[in-house]
Every structure is written in structure tokens, then in C-alpha cells.
Design a binder for this molecule. Structure first.
Ligand code: ADP
Ligand code: MG
Length: 221
């Protein structure tokens, strides 16, 4: 379970959640994007699916697939909206989704309040989204601090709305930069920049396999 977080509102968490879910599916890994932003749920809008059913309907469903929406135009991307969902609904949904074979991505709320902490605590790892401005980077630093205090590993940072990245960013953030996503037109119409998202998803997967390998090597010693 991967949390997509970033304290600054509008930095691109929801867009990155869908862009990454699409990229994982292209790599052959089915993904489910879950709206964990219960106060301002809009993942369904960006994903172009209906607002209902939602995570609140999961409890009554025999099969997860009865509630998960299929994202139009993609194979293997599921979407779970959070319109009118409670904290308890989200918790129950996450418990159930943990048992699913798909890769689950949590679209976190903005800020660094209790709802963000709650979403980060569910996650195995967090991807931080930031824009390359001083305010944007300070927002990323806040999220990285919160994650580290909670003991949730930071998989890396995505620099959104940018065409290039300097090494100084990695030393400032003390976290790997997974890649940059350029400014693009009409993000709601499904024209997300594929290559950039494929690169970020590839780097995320590589990072995971090196952690797995280190664990294997250590257990063999
Ligand atoms: P968050 O979930 O962090 O609040 P969103 O993903 O909803 O942010 O993005 C906020 C706004 O910025 C949306 O209108 C979205 O379409 C736009 N946006 C995000 N990333 C990009 C990008 N790389 N290029 C152009 N517009 C973007
Ligand atoms: Mg959002």
C-alpha cells in the first residue's frame, strides 16, 4: 500500500495517483487507486468515474470488484471514490484492500493534520509530491518529517510541473527524487504524460526490488 502525499494543496497528489496507477497497469501490475481525501474527495473526477459506489459500500459487498470502478480507457486500473465516506469506512476499506493482489495507491489529503497521519499510518511506504518552488519544497519537507516520525519509509519525491531536477534537491530533501512530471494540458481528459509516469513507476519498482534484495542478502548472512 503506497500513500501519495504532499502537504501543499494542489501540488498534484490526485493527478500523480492516477498517473502512477495507469503506469503500473502498463507495466503489468494491476492497481487500485483509493480516495483517502474524505473532506475534498475528487479522485473520481480525475479518474473519470462515477462518484458512487464508494469505499462506504465495500463493507456490504461480497466481491471487491462489485464496488471498484474500472477506469475508462485503461486495463487493470480500479478506482474507489470517497464521497460521503467516514473514517470508519476508510479504515474498513483499507483492511479489506490489504488482502487484494493489486497494488493499492492512497490519494492522501493535503496538510499534515490527523487525516493525513491516519492515511500515512495505513501505508507501507509514502511517495511525496512537490512543486519545485521554495513553498513547494517546504511542503515536501513537512510531509517527509511527518512520515519519518511515524516510521513510514519515504520511497521518494516526485517533482511535479517541472522539466528537470537538480541534484541539490535530493540533498535538500534528504530523499531520492523519483522523477519529474512536466506541465501538461487537459489533465482531466486522460492525456497524462505517459513516459514521465512510466519512468517514475519504474524507479519506484526498482527501489522496492533493491530493498527486497537487501533483505534477502541479510537473511542469508
Ligand atoms: P492535489 O491532489 O495535491 O490537491 P491535484 O492533483 O488535484 O492536486 O492538482 C491540482 C490542480 O493542478 C488540478 O487542476 C490538476 O489538473 C492540476 N495539475 C496537477 N499537476 C499538473 C501538471 N503536471 N500539469 C498541469 N496541471 C496539473
Ligand atoms: Mg487531491
Amino acid at each position: 500500500m503506497l500513500a501519495i502525499a504532499g502537504s501543499k494543496g494542489g501540488c498534484g497528489k490526485t493527478t500523480m495517483t492516477i498517473g502512477l496507477a495507469d503506469a503500473f497497469a502498463r507495466m503489468g501490475t494491476p492497481a487500485i487507486a483509493v480516495d483517502a481525501d474524505r473532506q475534498l474527495p475528487n479522485l473520481h473526477v480525475v479518474a473519470a468515474v462515477d462518484r458512487k459506489p464508494t469505499i462506504a459500500d465495500l463493507e456490504k459487498a461480497t466481491d471487491v470488484d462489485d464496488v471498484v470502478h474500472s477506469r475508462p480507457g485503461t486495463d487493470d486500473v480500479g478506482v474507489l471514490p470517497a464521497t460521503d465516506a467516514t473514517k470508519v469506512d476508510l479504515e474498513a476499506a483499507i483492511d479489506r484492500l490489504r488482502r487484494c493482489p493489486e497494488r493499492v495507491l492512497l490519494d492522501c489529503p493535503s496538510g499534515a493534520g490527523p487525516d493525513v497521519i491516519e492515511s500515512l499510518e495505513y501505508a507501507d511506504r509514502v511517495v511525496v509530491v512537490a512543486t519545485n518552488t521554495d513553498r513547494g519544497l517546504r511542503g515536501a519537507e513537512t510531509t517527509i518529517d511527518v512520515a519519518r516520525r511515524l516510521g513510514v519509509p519515504v520511497a521518494g519525491v516526485i517533482i511535479n510541473r517541472s522539466n528537470g531536477v537538480t541534484e541539490t534537491l535530493e540533498s535538500r530533501l534528504e530523499a531520492p527524487v523519483l522523477g519529474t512530471i512536466p506541465e501538461h494540458d487537459a489533465p482531466l481528459t486522460g492525456t497524462l504524460p505517459r513516459d514521465a509516469f512510466d519512468d517514475v513507476a519504474g524507479r519506484l519498482t526498482l527501489g522496492e526490488s533493491s530493498v527486497e534484495k537487501r533483505r534477502d542478502d541479510e537473511s542469508r548472512l
